[in-house]
Design a protein around this ligand. Structure first.
Ligand code: NAD
Ligand code: GLY
Length: 374
């Protein structure tokens, strides 16, 4: 197995035990190793929770691997799409887990994208006051971001991810071969979070992305493997140091996201994929940083060019009917707003960002101008 293991250490030094350190296995063909990895922890029974769209071939491969390793295995499927991150679906699945008679020694194995990972983690956090959960991400978004770090949850009518729990997985098994079946638009959207890591934490990685856009767009396995491994390492670095988003470090993962959430909300969820909105959000955030004198025009251009070369949107006509005041009002309700002041994660160079407060709304509006197209 071409596998590189990254250790995410939560060993109690950041707070009370127990040790929540776990391995993130990134490689090719790692799905087939799922059974061995779980069996090595003493696990004897697993329930696979799978996105209905990936039962064949990915969840089936996981089931086969678990069975071959001697684990008793059940399968629960979930309809694809954000609507499954609901109280109704969580209730149905908790009842199904109870019907299967699972106990605290049974592991839940979430196979799918961020929807399944968030839902599965939340189900595991709540069932029997907590059962072990394994993340087996099959989208780029999930492999580089959502499967790592323990944020789980579901949506309410009042808002996305409003109910959830921090529930770290026992481990993450990211098989980059699963990305071969991912539609191009979903794959490209995931690249926005990858560019984000370069912008917020790692100038060298950003330069590597610039130098390898052709291989990335062509989904050359060696390039994708490196890109997922480095992103996972950077996410682990952040979560180890600020698991509960208390120091501001983890909040930096929201670079571009204040704008992005406003764009997604204003255009109606689903119009823009999340990564597409993040790409546009990073364009606006970089422009805002330049207006505030934090970065040069050259830095703005470098980010813009990389996003374009990766096939991500840098302008959109979806905001044509959306007024600036509407976007500002949505941003004012953002989780990062404090005492009514707009706060943004902004770069001061490629590879470093800061949380900036007290920004003039006029500057925010001006930063969106370049994102709008007719
Ligand atoms: P998703 O789970 O909806 O997957 C996107 C689409 O790809 C779906 O239609 C799915 O059926 C399909 N799919 C999944 N794997 C596939 C494969 N290998 N081949 C073909 N099709 C496949 O969406 P996503 O983009 O993976 O994740 C978005 C979700 O993740 C959102 O709910 C978001 O809130 C959440 N999220 C959570 C975190 C976190 O830290 N917990 C971070 C980022 C995003
Ligand atoms: N995706 C943002 C976070 O995990 O904090």
């Amino acid at each position: 197995m071409a596998d590189r293991t990254i250790t995410l250490r939560l060993d109690g030094t950041d707070g009370p035990p127990p040790d929540r350190t776990y391995a993130i296995h990134v490689g090719r063909g790692t799905l087939a190793e799922t059974g061995k990895v779980l069996a090595a922890t003493g696990c004897q029974r697993a329930v696979v929770l799978a996105d209905a769209a990936v039962v064949t071939p990915h969840a089936t491969a996981v089931m086969t691997s678990l069975t071959q390793a001697g684990l008793a295995t059940d399968l629960l499927t979930v309809p694809s799409g954000e609507a499954s991150k609901s109280l109704t679906e969580a209730g149905r699945l908790w009842e199904a887990l109870a019907q299967l008679g699972i106990d605290r020694q049974t592991s839940l194995v979430a196979v799918g994208g961020g929807v399944i990972g968030d839902l599965g983690g939340f189900l595991a956090a709540g069932f029997a006051r907590g059962i072990p959960c394994w993340q087996v991400p099959t989208t780029l978004v999930a492999q580089v971001d959502s499967a790592i770090g323990g944020k789980t949850g579901i949506n309410l009518a009042a808002g996305k991810n409003l109910v959830g729990a921090f529930w770290q997985p026992q481990g993450v098994i990211a098989d980059i071969d699963t990305l071969a079946t991912l539609p191009t638009r979903e794959f490209t959207s995931g690249l926005a979070e990858v560019v984000k890591y370069g912008m917020i934490l790692d100038a060298e990685f950003f330069a590597w992305l610039e130098a390898n856009t052709a291989a990335i767009v062509a989904r050359e396995p060696a390039a994708i493997e490196h890109l997922v491994q480095r992103s996972a390492e950077l996410k682990a670095f952040v979560v180890e140091r600020d698991e509960r988003e208390l120091t501001g470090l983890r909040a930096c993962l929201n670079y571009g996201h204040t704008f992005a959430h406003a764009f997604e909300t204003a255009t109606g969820y689903g119009t823009l994929l999340h990564g597409e909105a993040v790409s546009l959000g990073m364009v606006a955030a970089a422009q805002l940083a330049a207006t505030l004198g934090r970065i040069t025009a050259e830095t703005v251009t470098r980010q813009h060019t990389l996003l374009e070369h990766l096939g991500l949107p840098v302008t959109t006509n979806t905001l044509a009917a959306v007024a600036d005041d509407t976007l500002l009002a949505i941003m004012g309700r953002d989780k990062k707003t404090e005492h009514g002041q707009l706060r943004f994660v902004l770069p001061d160079c490629i590879g470093h960002v800061e949380l900036v407060e007290g920004i003039d709304p006029a500057a925010v509006t001006a930063a969106i101008v370049g994102v709008r197209s007719t």
